[in-house]
Design a protein around this ligand. Structure first.
Ligand code: MD3
Ligand code: FE
Length: 210
């Protein structure tokens, strides 16, 4: 086949490892684990400290879960909807995120928090930094599932130039080193269909929060 461009990607920079399709080998186990977590702790639309309902549906598993409400952003051991602990980290999640981190040079990564984001068409995540975690030397491992998204990857400052990167079902990205505190977001999702996840995108982010 003739291509206009060679089949390579511009590296995203120091600290970022793009593992295209890395989750596909464990797709069935990961999707089964996702169903069991969202059955116990359904997706919900949290409210920002400024009072806006987030367009992304969120839930968590692991010892800690990321929550937002009028009083701020934080990690909490219990689901505020039920007062019960978040569902335990499924083995399939721990194994996959550990393998991905190791492939990116972060051996021994053990996440204690997995934030699960669900995007319907039109949902977006505005540019932000992830800085509620205790130790920024620990990476964040993100797993994309379902319909594709355009990831917005900025830099150290909100005003830094932004690159657009397409993330697809099965892609894993490990964000460590200087990139750990870079601004990032997700552009409004376009309508599409995925055989396993229907019309939505789900992103798992594995963190060492506590
Ligand atoms: C780069 N989630 O949950 S994952 C988030 O697709 C979040 O749902 C997006 O940003 C999503 O906070 C993007 C990729 C990602 C996650 C965390 C990062 C990239 C990151 C932290 C630092 C730098
Ligand atoms: Fe983030």
């Amino acid at each position: 086949m003739t291509r206009l461009f060679e089949d390579f990607e511009v590296p995203l920079g120091e600290g970022v490892a793009m593992l295209r399709g890395f989750a596909l080998a464990e797709e069935d186990a990961v999707l089964a684990a996702l169903e069991s977590v969202t059955g116990a702790a359904p997706f919900r639309h949290m409210v920002t400290p400024g009072g806006f309902r987030m367009s992304v549906g969120m839930t968590n598993c692991g010892a800690l879960g990321w929550v937002s409400d009028r009083s701020g952003y934080r990690y909490a051991p219990c689901d505020p909807e039920t007062g019960k602990p978040w569902p335990a980290m499924p083995h399939a999640f721990a194994a996959l995120s550990g393998r991905a981190a190791a492939a990116a040079g972060f051996s021994g990564f053990e996440s204690d928090a997995c934030l699960i984001n669900r995007y319907a068409p039109g949902a977006k995540l505005t540019l932000h930094q992830d800085r509620n975690e205790r130790d920024f030397s620990q990476p964040i491992v993100s797993v994309s599932l379902g319909i594709p998204a355009v990831f917005l990857f900025g830099g150290e400052h909100r005003s830094s130039p932004i690159r657009r990167v397409r993330l697809e079902h099965g892609d894993i990205v490990v964000w460590g080193g200087p990139a750990r505190l870079f601004y990032h977001g997700i552009a409004p999702l376009k309508e599409a269909a995925h055989p396993r996840l229907g019309g939505c995108r789900v992103n798992l982010t594995f963190r060492r929060a506590g």
